[in-house]
Unconditional design. Structure first.
Length: 330
């Protein structure tokens, strides 16, 4: 389904642009304020500095590669989206899954040129991402972080791989395709920033139920910083490779903390509507308002009323459930 929606978005952009000024070799370029994937221009290899005007920086909406506006027509490589019209293959999440050259019948994975480690045939080059062998022409010694090394070892060093593998990684870099709970749940116990980010995501998910229905919150655009990450305010276990890269750099955690602080201030203090949505713990009588995103609260399993975790022992203790049972009995 995610691949289908992605393809529909790509086709919508083509239609909107009329296939016009920024189409080149299947790439559909758009102006971007920020870059996803490589931070260097794919053509001139110079940095795409954040301080330059957005009108000078383009990104292909099909494969995510970034170029300067002045360079985009010099790009020789076609958009990899055209090679996979029905969606990209799943990300490889095992480290260099090498099955040997014999498994490829001693041929280049891409062009099928005969390969051999010695003798008259072309020398094989091992792709760290796919674990497959390529000839020199197809390999091109491209470099990128790999999802498997990030997820399994929290290793963000760039590995040597085929150009196709790098293009596939970059094209899917901003898609939430990595379920860390399934791939390597122990990572949360070893990487403090990841543990903190997961906690903030859970809080933001609960805060979203307040702010998305509040017109004042919409005017304040409290969730604007997460517009490229809708999975962060949804009930989702998924992460994108860009999420993890920016978390490793220290950028993402700052964004999440800032958004969470703004949302909490809006709900708890500044918005009269949202403030009235808070509960009070009927079991201890404490006057402090409780909200679903508080760390020390729990919802009643029977009626969803909020209580302090240390006060609530189950539906039998819930005052609201008791009143409901009395009404039903009478």
């Amino acid at each position: 389904m995610a691949q289908l929606l992605d393809l529909q978005h790509f086709e919508a952009v083509i239609t909107a642009n009329g296939g016009a000024e920024f189409e080149h070799k299947g790439h559909i370029f758009q102006f971007r304020d920020a870059t996803t994937g490589s931070e260097d221009c794919e053509v001139c290899k110079r940095p795409l500095k954040v301080i330059i005007k957005a009108s000078r920086r383009l990104q292909c909406c099909g494969c995510n590669i970034n170029v300067h506006k002045r360079c985009h027509q010099q790009l020789e490589r076609p958009c990899i989206k055209n090679r996979f019209p029905h969606g990209f293959p799943s990300l490889v999440t095992s480290i260099c899954p090498n099955h040997g050259l014999g498994a490829q019948e001693y041929q280049c994975e891409e062009c099928k040129t005969q390969l051999a480690f010695s003798g008259m045939f072309a020398e094989p080059h091992l792709c760290d991402y796919s674990g497959r062998y390529y000839c020199s022409a197809c390999f091109k010694a491209a470099r990128s972080v790999t999802p498997a090394r990030v997820v399994l070892s929290w290793d963000f060093s760039k590995q040597t791989m085929s150009q196709t593998s790098r293009d596939l990684i970059v094209a899917q870099m901003d898609k939430p395709l990595l379920n860390l709970r399934e791939l390597n749940a122990s990572l949360f116990g070893h990487v403090e920033s990841l543990f903190r980010a997961r906690h903030l995501r859970r809080r933001l998910y609960r805060m979203a139920s307040y702010v998305v229905s509040c017109s004042h919150a919409q005017e304040e655009r409290l969730l604007r910083s997460l517009r490229e990450r809708p999975h962060f305010v949804a009930r989702s276990q998924m992460w994108s490779l860009v999420d993890l890269i920016e978390l490793h750099r220290g950028d993402l955690l700052k964004v999440l903390e800032e958004v969470a602080d703004k949302c909490e201030k809006h709900i708890r203090a500044t918005c009269e509507r949202c403030t009235q949505l808070g509960d009070h713990c009927e079991l201890c009588g404490n006057s402090r308002q409780l909200f679903a995103f508080d760390d020390d609260v729990i919802r009643c399993e029977g009626c969803n009323t909020l209580y302090h975790q240390q006060c609530y022992t189950g539906p039998a203790a819930c005052r609201r459930c008791q009143r409901m049972r009395l009404r039903e009995a009478s």
